[in-house]
Design a binder for this molecule. Structure first.
Ligand code: SAM
Length: 233
């Protein structure tokens, strides 16, 4: 089994006849991620975009736990978009919308979100309660992190949160030897990829009017990073 997955459905894991894909990591990490999200989202309602949803399993699970929140999963990979939609049909939940085709390297994300959805016949979320992005920015070029933060700065509401999950460096150093090994394997696969440094992400945040407000240590040397507006309303 590959240590990281670029494209689900090509990694030897099962593909259901309806297109639902299964990510091994989902089964390991969805409960720890939920434990943090549950606290952040408690008592809140509104729209949440998941950026780079992959199979769609996280969005489905979190939607099942948050009936007052509308989830908008997204990706730019066709097979992943099909899987997300298949999971959505399978779950039959009222609070999960069809996947948005978002290319995170575009700071606008997708045409229907530009200008609050005006001028588009496609459904779009309103000002966002949160953006969740798990295990994406290290398996993508830096411009994806740039677009993620720029879009979050554009679309988050005053009390909104951008939440990242994954491995990160601190002060230029890996937090574990396993993360250094992982980083090398990522860069060997694609020189534009790699475990990102918190300080570099904080610079992107600042440019988008956001600030790091919480860092949560997670199992397997991962972190959850919570960003909010630097001038909350
Ligand atoms: C390692 S997977 C993580 C998927 C899911 N968040 C998870 O934790 O299981 C990375 C995801 O990022 C998506 N991705 C990569 N580059 C992207 C981009 N430019 N725009 C949107 N999604 C992108 C991939 O298609 C893939 O679904």
């Amino acid at each position: 089994m590959a240590e990281f997955v670029i494209e689900f459905g090509k990694d030897g894991r099962p593909v259901e006849p309806d297109g639902r894909l299964d990510a091994a990591a989902f089964h390991r990490n969805h409960q720890p991620i939920w434990a943090v999200l549950e606290r952040l989202l408690a008592g809140k309602s509104g729209d949440v975009v998941e950026a780079g949803s992959g199979t769609g399993q996280h969005a489905m699970y979190f939607a099942s736990r948050t009936p007052d929140i509308t989830w908008w999963p997204s990706d730019f990979n066709e097979q992943h978009l099909r899987s997300i939609e298949a999971w959505r049909a399978h779950a039959g939940l009222p609070n999960i919308r069809p996947p948005l085709r978002i290319d995170l390297s575009d700071p606008v994300w997708c045409p229907q979100m530009r200008d609050g959805g005006q001028g588009s016949s496609l459904a779009a979320p309103g000002p966002l309660l949160a953006v969740l992005c798990a295990n994406v920015v290290h398996i993508a070029p830096w411009r994806v992190a740039e677009g993620l933060f720029a879009g979050a700065g554009r679309y988050l509401r005053a009390d909104g949160r951008l939440v990242l999950y994954g491995p990160f460096k601190r002060d230029g150093k890996h937090t574990a030897i396993s993360n250094a090994v992982f980083d090398t394997s990522l860069r060997d696969s694609n020189p534009e990829w790699g475990v990102r440094d918190l300080a570099d992400l904080e610079k992107l945040a600042a440019a988008a009017g956001l600030v790091l407000i919480e860092t949560v240590k997670m199992p397997a040397n991962n972190l959850m990073l919570v960003f909010g507006r630097n001038t909350p309303g």
